[in-house]
Design a protein around this ligand. Structure first.
Ligand SMILES: [Zn+2]
Length: 75
């Protein structure tokens, strides 16, 4: 009877360990997928030529990309 109890405890521990590893692998895969998501297009600043991600560009009236508001200012 004692050995049966020890056997059951060992099985439960192994199952919990396996479940934990599976969830860790799933979250690792998810992070990897997020890291490898589609790249963002880059645009060179019209004034200084620095490459800036499209989401951080400042656009003027003629839709030209700039790295910052300072460079987008005319003059
Ligand atoms: Zn610039």
């Amino acid at each position: 009877m004692k050995y049966l109890l020890i056997f059951i405890v060992v099985i439960v521990v192994l199952m919990l360990h396996k479940k934990n590893r599976a969830s860790q692998q799933a979250s690792h895969q998810q992070r990897k997928a997020q890291r490898l998501s589609a790249p963002e297009p880059m645009h060179a600043c019209t004034r200084c030529g620095v490459n800036v991600p499209a989401s951080r560009c400042v656009w003027d009236a003629q839709q030209r990309p700039y790295c910052c508001a300072e460079h987008a200012r005319p003059g």
